[in-house]
Design a protein around this ligand. Sequence first.
Ligand SMILES: [Zn+2]
Length: 242
Amino acid sequence: MTEKLYWEDPYLKEFSAKVVETRTLSDGRVGVLLDRTAFYPTSGGQPNDTGMMSYDGRTATVIDVSKDGDNVLHIVDSVEGMGAGDAVECRIDWERRYGHMRHHTALHIIDGIVQKRNSGRITGGQIYADRARMDFDVAGMNREMMQGIIEEAQKIVDDDHSVVSRFLTKEEAMAIPDLSRTDPGNDLLASLKSVRVIDIVGFDMQLDGGTHVASTKEVGTIVLHEYKNNGAHNKRVYITLR
Ligand SMILES: [Zn+2]
């Protein structure tokens, strides 16, 4: 199992690791498994990291990162001269990752506001480095209501709550209402012995595998970028951060 450094320290930008295995995929791309990694694999609406891997005087570019069971698979442009046991020095593209962290925390804050209003829920979301998308099924939703939700979320940002991650046992997790707000999350909760949660201290706690900023103030200013009415039960919203 790959040691997940992005969970231990989401702010880690550079790390050393050892190659466990290199492989060629069926589509001809090449991949590397490491014993530990700070490269985040695409999951839970948060895109993969990108970056570089240096070894033996060479440099490989990390193009894509995905989950491979309990391991993390790094798709690179070349594994020439790389073998099991080799030491690699890695660096993640921090600007891209930090964008993901800020937008991910912003989504949790907005989700927390919607949850507390108790008139509907967020049915989907996608994080990007420079924006985030959310789909709402909320009774009576319109642009003005959305603007109001964002204003409430901004208060949480400005109050500067700490954001911490921790692991809970299944029993502890089951005892907290609304910890999971999605069907895949509920399935996960039922199947695992322990689950990871993101706690926006004093505001909201959710099941989550992503990387977040350490305090809500780092989110900055939330801007409603686009509001689309896709039907009575589906309003699509894009936010950006300043
Ligand atoms: Zn999340």
